[in-house]
Design a binder for this molecule. Structure first.
Ligand code: NAD
Length: 266
């Protein structure tokens, strides 16, 4: 299976290169970076911190999709529309880990998924995908007497907030309560906010240091509190999950799939 990595010099891109190089049965078909990027022409093995692979980072995205069975995208939302269109054009499966997509970006992903298999997940780790199921179940069991707050922390370089994973957890608890997250979410609190409104789902964002990703879903009732927490101590869990998703696309019909589909979590 030939796997290409867009954004190959990024924090996740380098991890993904390392995973594809290390795993049996996979061929690294190439890696791209944005035009003018300082790592263009660097060897992909060197970018991954392993032995030279004799393949250099390029900026011809169309050629990369053409040469790959599947492309893994952990880049920036602005590139999503282009990458989705190229996947459909070249009949190349796509794994999208990029978060912070606009409604238009998401629509482009859904259009591409009519032509090819696309796996999209705000978090590719096994643990977080289990947490999504647990949070949904707990929200359904506990009901509105328990206030739900979702707290996340990431490294200082992260550019979107709340994290895609926090929003996915929000959707999971909203589904558990049978409500619409958009109607219930409170994303910012500042100044004289008044008392907490029953049934709302609150988000709090922390940024600092090199934290790979911490998420807690808190159910705060009268006299007790349940906290479901996931802590990623290495980005490698996301890279391993993304490569697992890439392998899983082989032979799949066109469609938009989640990591829960890949992991068989239902
Ligand atoms: P990063 O800034 O380190 O890397 C992004 C890379 O994409 C950069 O090297 C950038 O130059 C490159 N890029 C931008 N435009 C490009 C283009 N047109 N063509 C090719 N490359 C291009 O960021 P990161 O920490 O690696 O995170 C990337 C994304 O992945 C973010 O949206 C982040 O939230 C998300 N993420 C998702 C998961 C998950 O499990 N789904 C886990 C970690 C991060």
């Amino acid at each position: 299976m030939k796997i290409g990595i867009v954004g190959c010099a990024g924090r996740m891109g380098r991890m993904l290169l390392g995973e594809v190089i290390a795993q049996d049965g996979l061929v690294l078909s190439g890696g791209t970076e944005s035009p003018g990027h300082e790592n263009l022409s660097d060897d992909l093995g060197v970018l991954a911190g392993v032995a030279s692979q004799g393949i250099i980072a390029g900026d011809d995205t169309s050629a990369l999709f053409d040469a790959s069975d599947v492309v893994i995208d952990f880049t920036v939302p602005a590139t999503t529309e282009t990458h989705a269109a190229l996947a459909a054009k070249h009949q190349t499966a796509l794994v999208i880990g990029t978060t912070g997509l606009s409604a238009e970006d998401q629509a482009a992903v859904e259009t591409a998924a009519q032509k090819v298999a696309v796996v999209q997940a705000a978090n590719m780790s096994v643990g977080v995908n289990v947490l999504l199921g647990l949070a949904e179940r707990a929200a359904g069991l506990l009901g509105d007497d328990y206030d739900i707050e979702i707290v996340e922390m990431h490294h200082r370089h992260k550019i979107d907030a709340p994290s895609g994973t926090a929003l996915a957890l929000g959707k999971a608890v909203a589904a558990g309560r049978n409500v619409d997250l958009e109607q219930q979410s409170v994303r910012v609190r500042d100044g004289h906010t008044g008392a907490r409104k029953t049934g709302t789902i609150g988000f709090a964002t922390l940024r600092g240091g090199d934290v790979a990703g911490d998420h807690t879903v808190m159910f705060a009732g009268d006299g007790e509190r349940i906290e479901l927490t996931h802590k990623a101590s290495s980005r490698s869990v996301f890279a391993k999950g993304a490569v697992r998703a890439a392998r899983w696309t082989e032979g799949q019909k066109p469609g938009l799939y989640s990591m829960r589909d890949v992991l068989g979590l239902g």
